[in-house]
Design a protein around this ligand. Structure first.
Ligand code: PLP
Length: 448
């Protein structure tokens, strides 16, 4: 073991290489190429250790909604850390920031979503939502109504359970096991890759029929919950066909299936609303999971927001304990950070900016659609994506080796722009403070 005194002589890059197992670590080509050591951030800009500047069109990981480097965020965090850095949040203990944040989320969330369970991030919020499904139905006398329906290509987190509920093909590797019992996956509602002979409306009908057929086969007495990202994020910005989400919700209502909107990415302004499900898609979910933009990435925090209806059933089912929770549930500093973040989003009109500049971004990005490598350009608000193909007519993909070794994102990086490569996709989710001039820089650089 090295003595701490030796650390200053070693670069962050070297220490990282020697000691860090990264999320989605790659033991192949990216590992050898090295990785960026980011030293500073201000607004949507980042600087690496060598002082090179980058425009971060990824928004960290879809999360730096208000932008980095804000003094009032640092002050709010510091004040709370000094006053009360930690408090037990189990059973009936609480703290002022957690209680106030719960009330604020209840105010912003649609319908009767008035109850909040705090977690450490998105995965733990989704994990808890899945467990609430069985608790709720058990409390109502349906103990077998525990199956979960999700969609292909979805991402719901990285714990054992949430990675089993999600299903991005690239993430499923043989070294890991996944829970398969009681989890079903419907087709991905991707209009670009729908069967050639179908209109978008027919495609939508087909997707609804597929859900109905699954319920008929498995039984409504077994299926307890349906989970969906309103717009699939890591799966490649899949904006579903018109009416799809609302019709899926109506199917859920008919069969007493709880609708979980995984808004870990879409909430807090990313597509111009506090929550996307109701305002953008006309759906009133039974539960919403959120994280990321909740604190704009200044500190880790997630939340599961549940309806009064679920709460009442859970509370009156004769059970005494809801035995799940985390040491850092309701963390006072994270909650104070979220409250300040929400205040800034509101005060600076950043939801409206996301909608306005997002529309401009989408229009500008469409100009890339004629490029030979581009199969599809899509998005909504500030969730955007360019899909590269080898053949525009057949939509055939470039071989994985090409997507991995000649990454457009690497060229962008050398030109001072960070976009997120996901295989053949370049995904963008910039801070909501982005300006039209910055959009021009992003689109021009991508075109180059
Ligand atoms: N759900 C969605 C839709 C996500 O995009 C993510 C993360 O990207 C998660 C859940 C998991 O969130 P976290 O990484 O905070 O655990």
């Amino acid at each position: 073991m090295n003595a701490p005194a030796s650390l200053p002589n070693t670069s962050a890059f070297e220490m990282d290489r020697a000691h860090v197992l990264h999320p989605w670590a790659n033991f192949g080509p990216f590992e050898k190429a090295g990785s960026l050591v980011i030293a500073r951030g201000q607004g949507a800009k980042l600087w690496d250790e060598q002082g090179r500047e980058y425009f971060d069109a990824v928004g960290g990981m879809w999360c730096t909604n208000i932008g980095l480097g804000r003094r009032e965020m640092a002050d709010a965090i510091a004040e709370q850390a000094e006053r009360l850095a930690f408090a037990n949040h189990f059973v009936d203990m609480t703290n002022d920031p957690a209680a106030r944040l719960a009330a604020k989320l209840a105010e912003l969330a649609p319908g009767d979503l008035n109850r909040v369970h705090f977690t450490t991030g998105g995965s733990t919020a989704v994990d808890t939502a899945v467990r609430v499904v069985s608790y709720y139905h058990h409390a109502r006398g349906n103990p077998d109504k525990t199956d979960i329906v999700a969609r292909e290509n979805s991402y719901h987190g990285s714990t054992y359970l949430t990675q089993s509920v999600g299903k991005r093909n690239g993430d499923r590797i043989e070294e890991f096991r996944y829970k398969t019992e009681g989890i079903h996956h419907l087709s991905c509602p991707n209009p670009y890759r729908r069967p050639d002979h179908m209109t978008e409306a027919q495609f939508c009908d087909d997707l609804i029929a597929e859900f109905e057929a699954l319920i008929a086969k498995v039984g409504a007495d077994r299926i307890g919950g349906f989970i969906a990202e309103p717009i699939q994020a890591s799966g490649g910005i899949i904006v579903p066909p018109q009416g799809y989400l609302r019709r899926m919700w109506e199917v859920c209502q008919r069969h007493d299936i709880l609708f979980i909107a995984d808004e870990v990415v879409t909430a807090f302004g990313r597509i111009g609303h506090w929550f996307a499900s109701e305002d953008a898609f006309g759906v009133q979910p039974d539960m919403i999971t959120c994280a990321k933009g909740l604190t704009s990435g200044y500190l880790p925090l997630g939340a599961l927001i549940l309806s009064d209806r679920i709460w009442d059933a859970m509370a009156s089912g004769g059970h005494r304990w809801f035995t799940t929770g985390l040491t850092y549930s309701g963390h006072p500093v994270s909650c104070a950070c979220a409250l300040k973040n929400i205040e800034i989003l509101d005060r600076e009109g950043l939801l409206a900016n996301a909608a306005r500049v997002g529309a401009y971004f989408n229009t500008r990005l469409q100009t890339l659609a004629d490029l030979p490598l581009v199969g599809n350009v899509r998005g909504q608000g500030l969730m955007l994506c360019v899909e590269n193909v080898a053949n525009k007519a057949t939509k055939e993909l470039l071989p994985d080796e090409v997507n991995e070794s000649k990454r457009i994102s690497d060229v962008c990086e050398s030109l001072g722009l960070l976009v997120r490569p996901i295989g053949h996709l370049n995904v963008m989710s910039p801070p909501l403070i982005i300006t039209e001039a910055e959009v021009d820089f992003v689109v021009d650089t991508l075109e180059t």
